[in-house]
Design a protein around this ligand. Structure first.
Ligand code: BYC
Ligand code: FE
Ligand code: FE
Length: 472
């Protein structure tokens, strides 16, 4: 089951050839996808040879094969993690029952909505990153970008397969819509707001893969708990790909921090801009922005949608099976932040309606660990500066805090005060211009732009100097 059939037009491990109708429908969607890739995917990249990994086996060991590939020839396909024998639903009203191999009729629209929302983010990210190849800091980094892009394209395939295979005609319509909405399009934007924000420089790209792909990690892990087995298996395999995206983000920001700290120490100043680095204080502004827009991706603190998804057995909590409680949550409480008398306080609500907030907490803890590791890089360089995550109330557009303004520490402030400080807390147009001015394309193998430290090693045992992308 786990070997992938590459003789097919659409590589897959779901026996696609045994379902002619489904195969034909997906083969019809395939050229639309390729057309979308050509128009909305990485700019001027179609002739580059790229050292890419392709899935060949879904088992934990050795699933990938590396080779020089032109991106339009990448073998996007449908890969599900192996079926777990006798898998049972692990939470909610159907706990203990066999997982579903077909869509439970009464939950059809909720399930479809989750799959559509998940699927929509994948092509969105490719659209957001489409011009970055023109300003990459190194040949190595250019490969990372393209690797992430093709895999996000494959994640779209993963969700489109589920829509086609299990949702009939409206599933096919949703699959078409995936290619018609576009990031930032005023008429047909992507569903979640953070996926409509352009990613115009490489500091933003690394922040994106750290903060935004990390939302992907947490959402996919929760969906991997799903009682709908095909969704669970899809997400489990996507998570193996996602691990690399996390690496690109954390190591990418880490290398920028390393270079900035190094320049700060060398010149005995934090103002390293005129030495070709990105000041640590400016990196902090990027963190403030990206972290706050990504917190919105978890939805409202108190959500009946989330409670329903959970009780229905469609979407669990992060690492549901490692949590020791009744997995029903009918009688449990959970503390969520609330605004009372002008102060952010914690108040208890039902654990069921607090599912989104719980996941956001897990996410925040994971982000903090990454920030701690960046701070160790700064310490090692003997520079006196500390990066932090802003308070959860800062710059929020979804949930409890959306109608008020807060400073970085979570103090309620007036709209005027926020407007007056916004440009010191988050990237302003001058900051963005400055960072963009540093983004001069470097593609010669082994060379690095001056604002970023080299990676500690190359990819798949190759040297850092290896020509990962042959441009043409
Ligand atoms: N923007 O009850 P609530 C990834 C809406 S990233 C706009 O809290 P719910 C990736 C909401 O729709 C992972 N609208 O909502 C990363 C609802 O609307 P209605 C993506 C928003 O449903 C990088 C209303 O507000 N996957 O894979 O519990 C690169 C009430 O809110 C937003 C998923 O998200 C928002 N941010 O929670 C590539 C998993 N938030 O009902 C890829 C699937 C809320 O009033 N999605 N609203 O019309 C979900 O699980 C849930 O839909 C959400 C929202 C957690 C997103
Ligand atoms: Fe993805
Ligand atoms: Fe990702």
């Amino acid at each position: 089951m786990s070997t992938i059939d590459y003789s097919e037009k659409i590589p897959n491990n779901v026996n696609l050839s045994e379902d002619r109708r489904l195969q034909r429908a997906l083969e019809k969607w395939q050229p639309a996808f390729l057309g979308w890739w050509d128009q909305m995917g990485p700019e001027s990249s179609s002739n580059h040879e790229v050292f890419l990994r392709t899935a060949i086996d879904v088992s934990a060991k050795g699933w990938a094969h590396f080779d020089m590939v032109k991106m339009p020839d990448y073998r996007w396909g449908i890969f599900l993690a192996d079926k777990e024998k006798d898998r049972k639903i692990g939470f909610g009203n159907h706990m203990g029952q066999d997982v579903w191999q077909e869509v439970p009729g009464e939950y059809r629209s909720e399930l479809r909505r989750l799959i559509v929302t998940q699927g929509d983010t994948e092509p969105a990210s490719v659209e957001q990153q489409r011009y970055l190849g023109l300003s990459c800091p190194s040949n190595y980094d250019l490969r990372s970008l393209f690797q992430v892009n093709v895999e996000e394209g494959r994640h779209l395939w993963a969700m489109v397969y589920l829509l086609h295979a299990y949702f009939g005609r409206d599933g096919r319509e949703e699959a078409e819509e995936m290619l018609l909405r576009h990031s930032g399009d005023v008429d047909k934007p992507r569903i979640l707001e953070a996926f409509n924000v352009p990613t115009e420089d490489w500091l933003s790209f690394f922040m994106f893969t750290f903060f935004q792909d990390r939302d992907g990690k947490f959402q996919l892990t929760s969906l991997a708990e799903s009682g709908f087995d095909p969704l669970s298996r899809s997400c489990r395999f996507m998570l193996t790909e996602e691990a690399h995206h996390m690496f690109v983000g954390e190591s990418g920001v880490g290398r920028v921090v390393e270079r900035s700290a190094q320049l700060s120490a060398e010149h005995d100043t934090l103002e390293v801009g005129r030495h070709g680095g990105i000041p640590l204080a400016m990196i902090q502004k990027w963190i403030n922005f990206h972290f706050s827009i990504c917190l919105d991706l978890f939805g409202q603190e108190k959500s009946t949608n989330a409670a329903n998804f959970y009780s229905m057995g469609l979407k669990g909590r992060y690492n549901e099976n490692k949590i020791e409680d009744d997995h029903l949550l009918n009688n449990d409480g959970f503390l969520v932040p609330d605004l009372q008398n002008g102060k952010v306080i914690m108040s208890e609500i039902s654990a069921l309606t607090a599912i989104n907030e719980r996941l956001r907490n897990d996410y925040r803890d994971d982000c903090q660990k990454g920030v701690d590791r960046w701070n160790r890089i700064i310490e090692k360089a003997n520079v006196d500066f500390k990066l932090t995550l802003p308070h959860i109330a800062f710059n929020r557009n979804i949930g409890t805090f959306q109608d008020n303004d807060f400073d970085l520490e979570g103090n309620l402030i007036s709209a005027e005060e926020f407007a007056a400080n916004k440009d010191t807390w988050m990237p302003n147009s001058k900051d963005r211009e400055f960072v963009k001015s540093l983004m001069q394309r470097v593609v010669e193998p082994g060379k690095m732009a001056g604002w970023i430290a080299p990676p500690s090693r190359g990819i798949q045992g190759k040297d850092i100097e290896y020509e990962y992308v042959i441009l043409q």
